[in-house]
Design a protein around this ligand. Structure first.
Ligand SMILES: Nc1nc2c(c(=O)[nH]1)N[C@H]1C(S)=C(S)[C@@H](COP(=O)(O)O)O[C@H]1N2
Ligand SMILES: [Mo]
Length: 316
């Protein structure tokens, strides 16, 4: 018999692989009465305790795609969250160290009523499920059933002024809990930004949950931005500061590699990234990039008008 020291055992080895694959949980979302047949597979029973169902009703949305969502495991074990390392499994291994309470969000800048809002108050906003495609600039994609509220609902709490032309989002910086920040991959904290009309568009949400449950840390708990027509890096995680500005914010990726990452970052099959052709994408768990990339990630009908008259090769 093989005896391992506890430190050698990874969570995936604690549950036998067969149980891990076969166990299915059918979840009833409060109020919405939605049943998930395929998606809710928990790696271990502990996950149910760590990520309890969100309180209150969760409304469905006409903005949701009817495409099949990726599984809970896929969405929570294949992540980009560089603060916890650059490997796809690093965030799920290390993000339990993120301290998500107490949590406040400073909302400031060009607003009539600057405020610091506790996460508890934001969780009381009416929640909706939004099943969106997520397209990473690395040319893979998933379908993710987020729970959250439109960013414009949060903006209404602080009343942006007419000078507010952009919004800057800042991720939490907890160097002692974030092993990835020891490497100078990016300038920490992670900063992203949107033009005000992009931020106020009804597709732009602040997510607080996944599959009706509390958002896992590796996915950006307790509050993350989701902008489904842009490359995934625009969707900043674990947000602590939102600043309405007159000037276009300088984002972390623009600072790190300006020729690779533009401010707009709209999903566009016609503009290649220097390291990744954007013509096609790999819809996980598929192995090949056999799917054609859709302009604006399939949301052109809703958002193309925001860019009328702009040369999207220049504003990439
Ligand atoms: N703070 C922070 N936010 C981030 C990232 C990051 O490294 N740090 N990675 C981005 C990238 S590149 C992608 S593709 C998405 C991935 O979101 P997911 O792991 O929840 O699927 O998060 C984005 N938000
Ligand atoms: Mo990404």
């Amino acid at each position: 018999m093989l005896i391992k020291r506890p430190a050698d055992i990874r969570p995936s080895e604690i549950t036998p692989e067969t149980v891990y694959r076969e166990r299915r949980h059918f979840m009833r979302m409060a109020g919405a009465g939605v049943l998930y047949a395929a998606g809710m597979r928990f790696a271990a029973a502990g996950a149910e305790q760590a990520y309890p169902p969100l309180e209150g009703p969760i409304a469905k949305s006409a903005y949701s795609t009817t495409e099949e969502p990726n599984s809970w495991d896929a969405i929570t074990q294949y992540n980009n969250y560089y603060e916890f390392g650059s490997g796809k499994r690093d965030p799920s291994r290390h993000a339990h160290r993120l301290q998500v309470r107490p949590w406040t969000v400073v909302i400031e800048g060009e607003v009539a009523r600057p405020r610091t809002i506790g996460i508890e108050e934001l969780l009381k906003l009416p929640l909706e499920e939004r099943i969106y495609r997520l397209r990473c600039v690395e040319a893979w994609s998933m379908v993710i059933p987020w729970v959250g509220f439109e960013f414009n609902k949060l903006a209404a709490l602080v009343e942006p002024t007419s000078k507010a032309k952009f919004v800057e989002f800042t991720t939490v910086y907890q160097p002692e809990n974030m092993p990835g920040t020891r490497l100078p991959v990016l300038e920490w904290p992670y900063v992203e930004g949107l033009r005000i009309d992009e931020a106020m568009h009804p597709l732009t949400i602040m997510a607080v949950g996944l599959y009706g449950r509390v958002l896992p840390n590796q996915n950006g708990a307790p509050l993350r931005l989701v902008v489904p027509w842009k490359y995934g890096f625009k969707s900043a995680k674990s947000i602590v500061r939102i600043r309405f500005t007159e000037q276009q914010p300088r984002t972390a990726w623009e600072k790190a590699a300006p020729h690779e990452y533009g401010f707009y970052a709209n999903v566009n099959p016609a503009v290649n990234h220097p390291r990744w052709s954007q013509k096609r994408e790999k819809r996980l768990p598929a192995f090949f990039a056999s799917r054609e990339t859709q302009p604006f990630n399939g949301y052109a009908e809703q958002v193309a008008h925001l860019y009328a008259g702009m040369d999207l090769r220049k504003y990439y």
